[in-house]
Design a protein. Structure first.
Length: 70
């Protein structure tokens, strides 16, 4: 079985923002890093701002990291 990062930031939607999932559970639609950090904090990751660039924890699909526009 292939290993996948537990946090996925999906490709930007045409209307803006990126869906965020943790282990398959949708947390919401983030429009910037602040939104993403808040979603992860609410999911129990207190140091979320420190892990955004860790590819073992966060998979950025479609556009690269920290890019929010379609």
């Amino acid at each position: 079985m292939a290993w996948h990062a537990p946090i996925v930031v999906h490709p930007p939607s045409p209307s803006g923002g990126r869906r965020v999932t943790v282990r398959g559970e949708i947390l919401g639609l983030a429009h910037d890093d602040r939104d993403l950090i808040e979603f992860l904090r609410r999911a129990g990751l207190e140091d979320a701002d420190m892990i955004l660039d860790d590819p073992h924890l966060v998979e950025w699909r479609g556009e690269g990291p920290h890019r929010w526009a379609a």
